[in-house]
Design a protein around this ligand. Structure first.
Ligand code: AP5
Length: 216
C-alpha cells in the first residue's frame, strides 16, 4: 500500500508512521526528515533551507519534489510507502501522481488526521526526539521510562528539540497548512482516497482508527 498521512504540524504523522513501519514494514518518506538530514550534513541544500524551516515557511515545490523523485527512483516504494509531510501543496500533489504513474504505482489511501489548534501548539512546543533513532517524545504525554534514556534504542542524553518547535514558528506553520495544504483534503476526497481520523485520542486509539481506515 502507498499512503499519505495528511495533517497539520503536530497532528501525529511521524508518531503514527513509526507504528506503521513496525506493524507493516512500510517505508516512511518524510520530506521534513530529509531536509533536517541535509542540514545536519552541512550540505548546500541544508544551508539553503535552514532559515526557511526555522521560520516555519515552506521550502520550494521544486526542492521537495526532487527529494521524493530521488527516493522513488532508488526503489523506496517496493515495500509500500508512507508519505509524511508530502505533498503539502497542489503542485506537489500533481507531481506525486505523475511520479507514481510513471512507475506504474498508485496511491491507496490518504489519511487525514484532525486535531484542534490549541492541542497542536501544546504538542509541538513539548516535543523532543531521540537524536540517535528518531523516536518521538513529549514533555507531558510521552516521557521516556528512564529519564535521559531513549526507550527505543537506549541512547543516553541524545534528545534534541527542533528549531521550529516554538510558538511563533508554529503559528506560521499552521497558517501555511490552512492556506497551502488543506486544499489537498478536497483534492483527495474527489479522488475517493480520503479517510479522516480523529487525531485527538491517545496515540494507540489513533493507531487503531488508522488500521481500520487502511484495512476496510
Ligand atoms: P515536517 O517535519 O514535515 O513537520 P510538520 O508537518 O510541521 O509536522 P511535525 O513533524 O511537526 O508533526 P507530526 O504530525 O509528525 O507530529 P509528531 O508525530 O511528531 O516539516 C518541517 C518543515 O520542513 C516545514 O515547516 C517546511 O519548512 C519543510 N517541509 C517539509 N516538507 C515540506 C514540503 N512537502 N513542502 C515544503 N516544505 C516542506 O507529534 C508531535 C508531538 O505530539 C510529539 O511530541 C508526540 O509525542 C505528540 N503526540 C503525537 N500523537 C499524539 C497523541 N495522539 N496524543 C498526544 N500526543 C501526541
Amino acid at each position: 500500500m502507498n499512503i499519505i498521512l495528511l495533517g497539520p504540524p503536530g497532528a501525529g504523522k511521524g508518531t503514527q508512521a513509526r507504528i506503521l513501519i513496525e506493524e507493516r514494514g512500510m517505508v516512511q518518506l518524510s520530506t521534513g526528515d530529509m531536509l533536517r538530514a541535509a542540514q545536519a550534513s552541512g550540505s548546500e541544500l541544508g544551508r539553503k533551507v535552514k532559515d526557511i524551516m526555522a521560520r516555519g515557511d515552506l521550502v520550494t515545490d521544486e526542492i521537495v519534489i526532487g527529494l521524493i523523485a530521488e527516493q522513488l527512483e532508488s526503489g523506496a516504494a517496493e515495500k509500500g510507502v508512507i508519505f509524511d509531510g508530502f505533498p503539502r501543496t497542489l503542485p506537489q500533489a500533481d507531481a506525486l501522481g505523475e511520479l507514481l504513474d510513471a512507475k506504474g504505482l498508485k496511491l491507496d489511501r490518504v489519511i487525514e488526521m484532525r486535531v484542534d489548534d490549541d492541542e497542536l501548539i501544546a504538542r509541538v512546543t513539548g516535543r523532543f526526539t531521540c537524536g540517535a533513532c528518531g523516536e518521538v517524545y513529549h514533555d507531558v504525554t510521552k516521557r521516556p521510562k528512564v529519564e535521559g534514556v531513549c526507550d527505543k534504542c537506549g541512547a543516553k542524553d541524545s534528545f534534541v528539540r527542533r528549531a521550529d518547535d516554538n510558538e511563533e514558528s508554529m503559528r506560521k506553520r499552521l497558517f501555511n497548512y490552512y492556506r497551502d495544504t488543506s486544499p489537498l483534503i478536497g483534492y483527495y476526497y474527489a479522488k475517493g482516497l480520503l479517510r479522516t481520523v480523529n487525531g485527538l485520542g491517545a496515540i494507540e486509539e489513533v493507531a487503531a482508527e488508522i488500521r481500520k481506515a487502511l484495512d476496510e
